[in-house]
Design a protein around this ligand. Structure first.
Ligand code: GLA
Ligand code: ZN
Length: 666
């Protein structure tokens, strides 16, 4: 048990001479670093040949960490192949979407169906676990690194067919699910089924497929195939170490893998946050909440973030003074119990030599970045255990559904311009900026804790989900969904019913037609003084009342937003992509019905997040994302855990530009 938030990052001392390690540890102590992620790319070092294992360097890295009272998150290192492996077993190299078998190079590129990869990766995990299971520095296992991507080789084709046999049992069931009578695709032999690629069902890249059902299943198969690699390594570890928690670093909103299928197999969730340039703060926050949602709200680790810049983008801006601290407290506010960096010391060569690091090439401790990292280490020490194990008491749920994401973005019609993440983020942002705490949950989640369920672009509806949404409204809750929801079943077959399919009774609407226009075209929505874009569904109210309407065209005056009284609650339907102002008004009306607008909702740039510690203490994080000071009036009596200062309700409360307060409420 630790007494504070874990602090540290990826550490690859095998890349530099051992004399430098002394300096590394001296600087780590200065910066309050207690946790090192080790061995992520060390396979060619720990196994220089198939029958030779060599752990002398790793032994020294771990022993040294233990001697310095630091913990190690030990990676199995199976994400980057050693050259001998690819040379001896060319099958380990992936075959890409265009059908090209790759040769040795890069990383994150092994075929998940390769028996040689599986055998050797698992053997490595087993050796490491056997050797280090009881090591005093060992804190957690980190399997592989950022799993992702797909392979289209013949072995994967075979594995896909096996996966399909398991899922469908018979070819009749598969033909029915994939609608294969369309374009004469009726399969009469499992061997006829091909992975959907540029050589088979696709044109114009991975999002254009003749058979959405096939492509959807390939996404699911790839998710399971890579998960199979993870599970094989985890099992090997468990054989020697039954206790130490096991994770792998995920990537937040990462389309290729359905992390909800991974969630039950992770002992805790961890992820790498590299928000896109110019993303609003809610983009990273949504990633945090999605990752927290994987384990039912249990704390996660921020496994990687850059202390200063990335290197892989065309342009790599620097984190401004104060931004790192703010991003770190944002992660903690959303549930991180560990905040780690990529990377502790910069590599000398290769493609990440310009990636930000706690310690740069010159090894100095008087740089601005080092000073900020060290100051943050001091503040985390001061915060101590206050936030550890805390939970988010959210009464608002946002649905996040990989199946819907995939189905929407591989769909032909009505619009290629609708992007799943953007619509989901728009609703998330509106709720968060109104001060609501939000849990981001899958369709299988228990919805009973929530008063509000936001389910934007819920394109694909599975199982009894529509019934469970109805139950939320029946007991008085509010459910919101939008255009392009309730369209298809789990196989991407249209519901043979009025749109929005199984959601129609709750929404009290019927949609027969929809119009799609280029992104430049804006349709006014006068009641909200807002604009709508991309897709305009024509709504026929069937019990619902219009809240806002379209301003022009032959459907001028017909509803763009409706509300339907259902049981004790309501169903809201938003039939088009409203702009930020429009989404904000709709979401605030929904939240207001349940008194979920936060006390600082109108403070521009201010983010709030609530956490409840295991002893019941309520913490309110105030995060000022603005570059001006925020002048607030405290809404209650509280103590700021970072300064020790007390405020009473009604007192002025100032946050510096990019400033943070962690209020312990009384
Ligand atoms: C990823 C990887 C790291 C490193 C960083 C650079 O998150 O896991 O190995 O490449 O990106 O940003
Ligand atoms: Zn393959």
């Amino acid at each position: 048990m630790t007494h504070r938030i874990r602090y540290g990052g990826d550490y690859n001392p095998e890349q530099w001479p051992e004399e430098v390690w002394d300096e590394d540890h001296r600087l780590f102590t200065r910066a309050g670093i207690d946790t090192l992620t080790v061995g992520v790319f060390s396979w060619s070092l720990t196994q220089p040949a198939e029958d030779t294992y060599d752990f002398t360097v790793l032994d020294r890295v771990l022993d040294r960490a233990a001697a310095e009272h630091r913990s190690v998150c030990l990676a199995t290192g199976t994400a980057a192949l050693p050259p001998w492996l690819a040379q001896r077993y060319p099958e380990v190299n992936r075959t890409d979407f265009e059908g090209r078998r790759h040769r040795y190079g890069q990383r994150h590129n092994f075929c998940p169906s390769s028996p040689a990869y599986r055998r050797l990766a698992t053997a490595m995990a087993a050796r490491l676990a056997e050797r280090y299971a009881g090591h005093p520095a060992l804190l957690a296992w980190h399997i592989n690194n950022e799993y992702g991507g797909a392979c289209y080789c013949d072995r994967c084709a075979e594995a896909f067919r096996d996966w399909l046999r398991d899922r469908y049992g018979t070819l009749d069931a598969l033909n029915d699910a994939w609608c294969t009578t369309f374009w004469s695709h009726r399969y009469t032999d499992w061997g006829q089924i091909e992975p959907p690629s540029a050589l088979t069902e696709h044109w114009r890249g991975p999002d254009h497929t003749a058979f959405q059902g096939t492509t959807l299943d390939y996404f699911r198969f790839t998710t399971d195939a890579l998960l199979g690699c993870f599970l094989a390594e985890k099992e090997a570890i468990r054989h020697h170490d039954s206790e130490t928690p096991v994770t792998t670093n995920l990537m937040g909103m990462f389309r290729p893998l359905d992390y909800h299928r991974w969630a039950p197999h992770l002992d805790f969730a961890s992820w790498d946050s590299y928000p896109p340039l110019d993303a609003p703060p809610t983009w990273a926050a949504l990633g945090h909440d999605l990752m927290r949602g994987l384990k039912d709200g249990a704390p996660f680790w921020l496994m990687e973030q850059t202390p200063s810049t990335t290197a892989c983008r065309d342009v790599n801006p620097l984190r401004r003074p104060g931004e790192l601290r703010l991003a770190t407290f944002q992660a903690i506010a959303h549930g991180a119990d560990a905040t780690l960096y990529f990377q502790m010391r910069a590599s000398r060569g290769a493609c990440e030599k310009y990636h930000g690091a706690v310690i740069g090439h010159a090894g100095r401790d008087d740089t601005r970045v080092f000073r900020e990292v060290a100051e943050l280490g001091r503040q985390l020490e001061q915060l101590g255990a206050a936030t550890l194990g805390a939970r988010t008491p959210a009464r608002t749920a946002l649905l996040f559904d990989w199946d819907s994401w995939w189905a929407l973005e591989i769909s032909d019609g009505p619009s290629r311009s609708v992007r799943y993440q953007e619509v989901v983020h728009a609703y998330y942002r509106a709720a968060r900026e109104a001060g609501a705490d939000v849990d981001v949950v899958p369709q299988t989640a228990d919805l009973t804790p929530y008063d509000v369920v936001l389910a934007p672009v819920l394109h694909l509806v599975k199982g009894d989900f529509a019934d469970r949404l109805e139950a939320v409204a029946r007991r008085g809750g509010t459910v919101l969904t939008t255009f392009l929801s309730g369209r298809v079943d789990e196989h991407d077959r249209a519901f043979l019913a009025d749109v929005p399919g199984p959601l129609a009774p709750l929404m009290g609407v019927r949609v027969d037609e929809w119009d799609a226009r280029p992104p430049e075209f804006a349709q006014p929505v006068p009641e909200l003084s807002a604009e709508a874009r991309l897709v305009f569904e024509l709504v026929l109210p069937r019990g619902a009342e219009p809240i806002a309407t379209y301003g022009t065209d032959f459907y001028a005056g017909t509803p763009a937003v409706t509300r339907h009284a259902f049981g004790e609650g309501e169903g809201w339907y938003v039939a088009t992509a409203l702009d930020r102002r429009g989404v904000e008004q709709v979401v605030r009306r929904v939240l207001a019905r349940h008194d979920l607008i936060g006390p600082y909702a109108d403070q521009e740039g201010l983010e709030t997040a609530t956490r409840v510690a295991p002893d019941g203490t309520r913490l309110l994080f105030l995060l000022n994302h603005a570059t001006e000071a925020a002048e607030l009036t405290a809404h209650t009596t509280a103590t700021d855990l970072l300064t020790g200062k007390q405020v009473k309700g009604g007192d002025p409360l100032t946050l510096d530009p990019l400033g943070v307060a962690v209020l312990r409420l009384q």
